[in-house]
Design a protein around this ligand. Structure first.
Ligand SMILES: [Zn+2]
Length: 432
């Protein structure tokens, strides 16, 4: 796997984020109801991801699983779904989303200062009238229709397991539901852990129903919204219950300042909420202090990781069980400097992709993240980019046995990219 320096070195703010919904058009998911009466899917190009692409490829399927991936031999018959001039990929994996913002046509403004964006996001959430169940279902539908088969969703506030199960189950993407935990004061710890346990139990109870696609997970939100004690205890709970855990980490310089010095815009924001106390967060902390406890988990994710230091990147290289979720268009929206994804890959770390929420991104489609990344890094190896959007995400979410590549035994859940579209070229350039 080749990793290069940042091709552009430019600030994300100078790169336009394509908010044109038509950019999503060339990609669709092929799964569930599309495959009811067929035993094979044919396409001009098949990208298994774990091996080189096949021209005129066929994927044989049986009972929802892949049984063979091969070159087409002979004409297509009635049992073949021939997709024509498309590239057939495994369903895309969006490892980090907040689907509750699915009604937003534009991201919340302004992107800076970050704490003002948070304040405006909280105000939007307080004032909206639609139920979050409905919003999450709409977001899930959007992600599914645009090629995503597996999604890491942050379950915030009144997010309900029951709400999600009302989705059209056959075609709904698999959801790894990270119950968000928030609490800076020690009085909140017990209540948040109880909520976490209930969430895990509830997801598992529903998982007995074969049509429910829900996996429990935890997300202590971020170092500025979770006490060190709640963080530690949620990591221990994730370990005991063997569930994935995600934390927003190294997202802004302001977060690093808060951890190191106990000063800056987060102090101002938390004081405004009446939450700040001088001894709330010990001084001299850094993202590495939040990474180290994750070493013992099977699957941990850090959302963003925009400002990881060299030794933190080395640490992540030695711990591929702790993945970094890069959200390219969200990164650009906030105007951050170059993301260290290529350095992470070079160090051996797991890097995957997410859309984040529509609160900082135009949509929940993962394909435009790849297009954006390809445009920004024209010299990057395309097979590496495709792996970020598929196999790496499946690995990060602990579902590599079912998702992420067209491999015998995995689920027959696909993404088809129309090769006549100029948008497809930007990503596949050089692969054919
Ligand atoms: Zn997030």
């Amino acid at each position: 796997m080749r990793a290069e320096g940042d091709d552009t070195g430019q600030r994300g703010r100078e790169v336009s984020v394509d908010s044109d919904r038509s950019a999503i058009a060339p990609v669709r998911r092929v799964a569930g109801s599309d495959l009811l009466d067929v035993s094979r899917v044919a396409a001009r190009w098949v990208f298994p991801i774990d091996r080189p692409p096949l021209e005129h490829g066929v994927v044989d399927i049986k009972a929802g699983r892949i049984v063979e991936v091969r070159q087409q031999a002979g004409a297509a018959d009635d049992a073949t779904l021939d997709l024509g001039n498309v590239a057939l990929l495994p369903a895309l994996v969006n490892a980090h989303a907040h689907l509750e913002f699915s009604d937003l046509a534009e991201p919340i403004q302004p992107p800076a200062p970050f704490t003002q964006w948070i304040r405006n996001l909280l105000a939007y959430r307080r004032d909206r009238e639609q139920s979050s169940d409905e919003l999450v279902r709409d977001g899930l539908r959007e992600a599914g229709q645009t090629g995503t088969g597996l999604i890491g969703e942050i379950a915030t506030g009144d997010w309900s397991v029951d709400g999600l199960t009302k989705t059209e189950c056959l075609d709904a993407p698999m959801v790894v539901a990270f119950r968000e935990l928030i609490g800076l004061s020690s009085e909140q710890t017990a209540g948040q852990l109880e909520l976490a346990q209930q969430h895990i139990d509830e997801c598992r109870r529903l998982a007995c129903d074969a049509t429910t696609k829900l996996i429990p997970a935890l997300s202590p939100h971020a170092p500025y919204s979770v006490s060190p004690d709640l963080f530690q205890q949620s990591v221990e709970l994730a370990r005991r219950e063997s569930v994935p855990l995600c934390i927003h980490l190294a997202e802004t310089p302001a977060e690093l300042e808060l951890l190191d010095h106990g000063t800056g815009e987060f102090v101002e924001m938390l004081s405004g909420f009446g939450l700040w106390q001088d001894n709330l967060i010990p001084r001299g902390l850094r993202p590495l202090d939040f990474l180290e406890p994750l070493a013992t988990l099977d699957n941990a994710l850090i959302a963003h990781g925009n400002f990881l230091s060299a030794d933190e990147i080395t640490w992540l290289g030695r711990h591929p069980n702790v993945a970094t979720v890069f959200c390219p268009r969200t990164h650009a929206f906030f105007g951050h400097t170059g993301h260290p994804w290529q350095k992470l890959l070079a160090a051996g770390a797991t890097v995957c992709l997410g859309t984040d929420g529509r609160s900082s991104n135009p949509d929940y489609s993962l394909w435009p993240e790849l297009q954006f990344l390809a445009r920004l890094n024209p010299r990057s190896e395309r097979t590496v980019l495709l792996e970020l959007a598929t196999l790496s995400g499946a690995r990060a979410l602990g579902l590599e046995a079912d998702y992420g590549s067209l491999t015998v035994g995995k689920r027959s859940d696909f993404c088809a990219v129309d090769l006549s579209s100029p948008d497809a070229n930007a990503v596949f350039n050089g692969l054919f």
